[in-house]
Design a binder for this molecule. Sequence first.
Ligand code: GDP
Length: 296
Amino acid sequence: MVLAQLGGSITRALQQMSNATIIDEKVLNDCLNEITRALLQSDVQFKLVRDMQTNIKKIVNLDDLAAGHNKRKIIQQAVFNELCQILDPGKPAFTPKKGKTSVVMFVGLQGSGKTTTCTKYAFHHQKKGYKPALVCADTFRAGAFDQLKQNATKAKIPFYGSYTESDPVRIAVEGVERFKKENCDLIIVDTSGRHKQEVALFEEMRQVSEATKPDLVIFVMDSSIGQAAFDQAQAFKQSVPVGAVIVTKMDGHAKGGGALSAVAATKSPVIFIGTGEHMDEFEVFDVKPFVSRLLG
Ligand code: GDP
């Protein structure tokens, strides 16, 4: 890892420490405090930052720092490794298999980018030879079905929904059944969102999940929600078995530190990031570049 990968304020903090003639606990603490500030500004949850700080102090040996010429490198590596560690929940997400039916349910608040991400996810797999299909079980937002229909048509992906049926569970079940019969191997269920976390929303998610028995539930999170990420992700996880996270709008200003909270709250990995409004603005999540951006 090169120094250039680390962001401005962190680099400055390490530089200052490196310039100090004596590396004592105070110098290390000052440096870690500076790094903490930068991470909080990137929306990393306070508790995660504090735990990381404690771990680094345990790992970094002051004697090594005082003796060696690689003070910066030692701290830099420790910070980088700790953040990568937080993003690794220890088990990979379920991956759909070609030719075998998988049901993937998307959950997230309204405006998080859920519907857009469903199509991106379908499109991504279609390009890899899967046979995806989209089911619109969002009966709450007017226009949700039209939006999904439009996206699906553009990508030539079969879709299912209703303008008249108001029961999302029924639509979800009918859609899944239909596409199972049509031998689709990746059936994606888009669900309702609300502007905020509400009991009714979580109850609906629980019912759709119980009825469709998804192989994977993906929590979609807007990268700009900041410190709200942990509670939001946790609330969904308490209602449905979230198994993966997708962070959207990474093309904006947000550094995406909320992703660490979502991973911590759901104990699930981030699998993709959204980087724009278009269908192909979607990337497989890669820990290292993400952590570098976070530190910037
Ligand atoms: P939903 O209510 O969660 O289904 O959200 P939508 O899919 O309707 O998305 C809300 C808005 O966010 C739309 O204007 C999308 O075009 C936009 N959007 C979704 N993902 C991204 C992304 O990765 N980057 C950007 N810039 N906009 C996005």
